[in-house]
Design a protein around this ligand. Structure first.
Ligand code: SAM
Length: 415
């Protein structure tokens, strides 16, 4: 795996386990572009440096998430598909119901609400506002809290509402004193807005129409399948799914049947089988599984102990707290040395080490020393040494780790 790719994956794992911010399911090219945008704002070049930044700034995942989640949206985006929804799908849903029966709609990944109010307008036009107020049960969700609060406010600028036909604008919006437009107050109150992560949370239930446009396309195909299985679970029999123009249902079995390919409308198809149900359960767990291999401390210990490069950890009082087998052999350390002050160990004689420690403590940034010689009675071995600060959740420095990788001395001499 190329170095930058490896760094990116390490970064994503760190975010997932340290902040519960799981971005591992998103397609890499667009994710990398968005990370680069945030890193440029901070003048950070490499993913590894950004990882260190995240370690020191525990709330950094919030602006990062704001950069990653793209909220591009508009009223009646892809107008022809909305006309199809208005002329074919909404009448079919209404026709399948008793006159007073509730109609349940879920707008998933609704961004700042334009899509939500587009759907509400179409139902209000089909049912009449009074009946819509009685019958429509509308849930609108997104993972982006800022976008959700804009959606809740339901206030838009003139340029935002330009795609709404004038008669509908007049009927469903009121002008604000600041020159904005606010959506119909009573209809707005029928909508429940909720923070919901498509990758993590259980779906809404008994849905007649699920609108999820221009969100699936950001996910890797296995995650798209998991989300589609959830959607299937959330829909009533014969319920409809309305996706974005560039999206498609690609499940291994036809759990959705296409109603109209051009407008990306599907209907709930085959029932879920056992495997699909299991996939739904495992992904719905709120926390990473306790028995997940990556969270088992013994694996981390073994990886540290058996690493072919020497590694140490030094606490903030400059005492040795960990040394792996390779470090013990190289520097003649024993269990008795754990807890000893670094100055009392021969290791402290390594040129530049003392100054580098001061620098890491002061600047809280990693330091790398190159081609440092370690003299023994018979030989001199050369190392590149990486010293990395480790912080706790309150961003206090708790220790420094040192990694010694042997340099290729012959190659260095040629240079
Ligand atoms: C490009 S916007 C689409 C907005 C609207 N559906 C439309 O088509 O106009 C994508 C939305 O997906 C949301 N999103 C991204 N990842 C999500 C996740 N894991 N769970 C829920 N929403 C997510 C983003 O916050 C953003 O609001």
């Amino acid at each position: 795996m190329p170095a930058a790719e490896w760094e990116m994956e390490t970064l994503l794992e760190y975010l997932k386990y340290s902040s519960g911010c799981d971005l591992t399911g998103y397609k890499r090219p667009s994710l990398e572009r968005r990370f680069r945008v945030r890193m440029r704002e901070l003048k950070i070049d490499s993913y590894l440096d950004y990882l260190h930044y995240l370690q020191r700034h525990s709330q950094e995942y919030i602006p990062l998430l704001n950069t990653v989640l793209i909220n591009l949206t508009s009223f009646f985006r892809d107008r022809a598909s909305w006309e199809y929804l208005a002329n074919d799908i909404i009448p079919a849903i209404i026709a399948s119901k008793q006159p007073d029966e509730p109609i349940r709609v879920w707008s998933a990944a609704c961004a700042s609400g334009q899509e939500v109010y587009s759907v509400v307008i179409l139902f209000a036009e089909a049912l009449g506002i009074e009946s819509c107020l009685q019958r429509l049960q509308f849930i609108a969700t997104d993972w982006d809290k800022d976008a959700l609060s804009q959606a809740r406010n339901a206030t838009y600028k003139l340029r935002d509402v330009s795609a709404i036909p004038a008669d509908l604008l007049e009927k469903y919006f009121e002008q604000t004193e600041q020159g904005g437009y606010i959506f119909h107050r009573q209809l707005r109150r029928r909508i429940i807005f909720a923070d919901h992560n498509l990758v993590k949370h259980a779906p809404m239930s008994k849905i007649d129409l699920l609108v999820c446009r221009n969100a699936l396309m950001y996910f890797k195909s296995d995650i798209q399948i998991t989300i589609l299985i959830r959607f299937h679970f959330g829909l009533k029999n014969n319920g409809f799914l309305f996706l974005g123009k560039a999206e498609m249902v690609m499940t291994p079995r036809p759990i959705f049947t296409p109603v109209n390919f051009k407008h990306q409308v599907y209907q709930k198809g085959l029932k879920l089988d056992l495997e699909e149900h299991l996939q739904l359960c495992s992904r719905s767990r709120k926390k990473p599984a306790i028995d997940s291999p990556a969270t088992d401390i013994r694996i981390w210990q073994t990886a540290f102990e058996t690493s072919p490069v020497a590694q140490l950890a030094i606490d903030s009082n400059r005492c040795l707290i960990l040394a792996n087998a390779k470090a013990n052999t190289l520097f003649g350390l024993t269990l008795n040395d754990l807890g000893s002050s670094l100055q009392s160990l021969q290791l402290w004689q390594l040129p530049g080490l003392c100054q580098s420690f001061e620098k890491v403590n002061r600047d809280r940034n990693p330091v790398r020393l190159e081609n440092v010689g370690w003299k023994t009675a018979n030989d001199t071995t050369y190392f590149d040494i990486s010293i990395t600060p480790v912080f706790n959740a309150d961003t206090q420095l708790i220790c420094l780790t040192e990694v010694f990788s042997r340099t290729n001395v012959l190659q260095k001499r040629v240079w």
